[in-house]
Design a protein around this ligand. Structure first.
Ligand code: AHG
Ligand code: MN
Ligand code: MN
Length: 352
């Protein structure tokens, strides 16, 4: 008897997941397959990014006389084109587009809404550093045909599925539909995402911290206190922690998911520009928080779970601290302690 099985593809994983849930309509399968297709197209372009100058594509037009689009605009166009005629969505939100993207009426009867960051970390492209795409999928809640902002302004807790694609040394799609987090690596030779990471669990505690420390002077006293703490030697808790910061959220969160530790983008007061941090709730923080929680970790605004934030604006930002549960709880305890200090309650030591 031949007892060999070929690798588990993303398609089969999604299909088998839906088969286990008899009430599933198959729509999520169609959506995730379409995301996989779009991300393969983006992956192909990202891998050619460094060739643009060599081939003389530096101007506004390439050799065929076509306009050369920036990669984040290209990625946006690919995702929009992949989604808007699918029939599974009622409305979409992209980082690249100021207003919600309506679906042509004929195809707008879908029962899902999607928020996405088509290309995350795009400032890293020219240095050949990993970039990514992020998506979060909600059930439609508005009445009638088509979607409204109501379908987008839902807390992360209501997500039906979320994921990201990291375009790195390999292209990898990491997703969850509420039953753990699974990772699939693109095998370019067969053009398929093959399951490479089954049921990813983030370590309970890690010894890596990840932040743009150039913003240190503009952080709150509590965040600065926490950063001083992680740098203080203490062999029992593995301090000082190692510092790693790529500057692509997808890549930084991916590493955090696999190795543990804490990734953060706190609020800062630099030019009063980022009182709520930099990262966007709907297509950056909520999907990543969903994955991190599904993997057993925690994601916080500093004062509570990111997934509980009820959005009021489609492009709103939130402070973001995510990673190993114990590390995030420790950070939250610093914030609570300093908040206590401000409100005149009992003050603990800030740098134990
Ligand atoms: P995007 O490329 O989608 O605009 O996002 C960039 C984000 C995110 O990827 C990263 O974590 C953060 O910007 C880095 O910001 P700093 O350069 O301020 O550290
Ligand atoms: Mn981004
Ligand atoms: Mn982006």
């Amino acid at each position: 008897m031949v007892d060999k099985k070929i690798g588990m593809t993303l398609t089969r994983h999604i299909y088998e997941g839906e088969r286990e849930h008899p009430d599933a309509t198959g729509e999520l399968t169609g959506i995730l397959n379409q995301i996989a297709l779009a991300s393969k197209i983006v992956s192909r372009e990202v891998s050619k990014a460094g060739l643009a100058q060599i081939l003389g594509f530096t101007g506004r037009e390439n050799v065929q006389g076509e306009n050369v689009r920036k990669l984040d605009v290209f990625a946006n166009d690919v995702f929009v084109a992949a989604f808007n005629h699918l029939g599974h969505f009622c409305i979409m939100l992209s980082e690249e587009v100021p207003e919600p993207i309506e679906i042509p009426e004929r195809y707008s009867g879908g029962q899902y809404a999607i928020c996405f960051d088509p290309l995350d970390g795009s400032s890293n492209i020219d240095a050949n550093v990993s970039v990514g795409s992020i998506f979060g999928i909600y059930h439609k809640i508005s009445p009638g045909q088509g979607g409204t902002k109501e379908d987008l302004l839902q807390p992360g807790r209501a997500l039906a599925a979320a994921g990201y694609v990291v375009y790195g040394s390999s292209t990898m799609l990491v997703m969850s539909a509420g039953h753990g987090v699974h990772g699939f690596t693109l095998d370019p030779s067969v053009g398929e995402f093959l399951e490479s990471h089954h049921n990813i669990r983030i370590p309970e505690r890690g010894t890596i911290y990840s932040a743009n420390e150039g913003n240190y002077p503009y952080w709150s006293e509590a965040v600065r206190g926490y950063i001083s703490y992680v740098k203080q030697p203490d062999s029992a808790s593995g301090r000082p922690y190692s510092s790693r910061y790529i500057g692509s959220m997808v890549a930084d969160v991916h590493r955090t998911l696999l190795y543990g530790g804490i990734f953060m983008y706190p609020a800062d007061t630099k030019n009063l520009a980022k009182p709520h941090g930099k990262l966007r709730l709907l297509y950056e923080c909520a999907p990543m928080a969903y994955l991190i929680e599904q993997a057993g970790g925690a994601a916080s605004t500093g004062t509570g779970p990111v997934l509980d934030v009820v959005p009021t604006e489609i492009h709103q930002r939130v402070p973001f601290f995510a990673g190993s549960r114990e590390n995030v709880e420790e950070l939250e305890s610093f914030i609570a302690r300093y908040d206590d200090a401000r409100t005149g309650k009992a003050v603990g030591s800030s740098n134990e």
